[in-house]
Ligand binder design. Structure first.
Ligand code: LHQ
Length: 263
């Protein structure tokens, strides 16, 4: 499959997935979802990939579902947005969560609707200073989907999540950092370079431990303290069985930088 609605570049251990419909602020179409499915397959099958970076082409990150698609026309009988969530959005988001490597989202402009919640699905989210986040759904009579009602209250608390969802106000990148919704923001002209450097740093790290870290932190959202301690024990056993752990300790003792392989 040739990609047109997205771009996929794999180099230096980093897969960069760029949403590529800049004239429509990279709104999701069925075609884009098909390409995303194929891209995720390639990323998972390529052992050289140790970090995923997601960004958008042009001035936007992603404006959510393309509202000109037939499914979004309330006048079309049997148009079922639930089917698209089942077939397109939900498997993609579950795939990102389960991906055994760090996922960095570099939000280069407006992130709205499902585009906002895709941005927040990154394990580490960075943004350009002029980027913004809008839970735009209420403006068109929908509820936040693509994980928004799960992730948002956990990141920023119920008060902010509820108001963001009901009022659909634009949250600036700086406000998002202040709220703890994202990690950092950078001047717009530095974002691509900073995000790439971050993804490269992660790709060169002990990526098996990163995968286990992400598993543990997300599991904590629904675990008791006691369950979480047990999970940490199990995952730490796995991490400690890795060659990266041996290398990390050896490098420390030999006072040299560690060479991690992700194994
Ligand atoms: C667009 C879009 C767009 C098409 C900008 N579609 N063309 C998923 C489905 C399945 C289940 C249901 O739920 C969902 C989840 C969702 O994501 S629902 C939410 C869908 N998204 C929206 O409602 C956002 C609509 N867009 C906007 O409100 C604005 O475009 C924002 C606030 C994102 C940006 O505003 P501006 O910076 O002023 O840009 P613009 O509005 O001028 O947009 C630029 C172009 O992109 C324009 O096209 P044109 O040909 O006139 O230049 C827009 O029509 C197009 N565009 N979003 N979602």
């Amino acid at each position: 499959m040739n990609f047109t609605a997205i771009l996929l570049d794999i180099s230096e251990g980093v897969a960069t997935l760029t949403l590529n419909r800049p004239d429509k602020l990279n709104a999701f179409t069925s075609q884009m979802h098909e390409e995303l499915r194929e891209a995720m397959k390639r990323i998972k099958a390529d052992a050289s990939v140790r970090a995923l970076l997601i960004t958008g082409a042009g001035r936007g990150f992603c404006a959510g579902q393309d509202l000109s698609e037939r499914m979004m026309d309330p006048g079309v009988p049997k148009a079922d947005v639930g089917d698209s969530l089942d077939k397109n959005y939900n498997p993609f988001l579950k795939g990102l969560r389960a991906l055994p490597m760090p996922v960095v989202c570099a939000v280069n402009g407006v992130a709205a609707g499902a585009g906002c919640n895709l941005a927040l699905a990154g394990d580490i989210v960075v943004a350009g200073r002029s980027a913004s986040f809008i839970q735009v759904f209420s403006r068109i009579g929908l509820i936040p989907d693509a994980g928004g009602t799960y992730v948002l209250p956990r990141l920023v608390g119920t008060a902010r999540a509820m108001a963001a969802a009901m009022l659909a106000e634009k949250v600036s990148a700086e406000q998002a950092v202040e709220w703890g919704m994202i990690w950092k923001c950078f001047d717009d002209d530095k974002l691509a370079q900073e995000a790439r450097a971050l993804a490269k740093q992660l790709a060169g790290s002990a990526t098996k431990a990163m995968a286990l870290t992400k598993k543990a932190i997300y599991a904590s959202w629904s675990n008791s303290f006691e369950q979480q301690l047990d999970l940490e024990r199990d995952l730490q056993r796995e991490a400690a069985a890795s060659s990266d752990f041996r290398e990390g300790v050896a490098a420390f003792n030999e006072k040299r930088p560690a060479k991690f392989t992700g194994r």
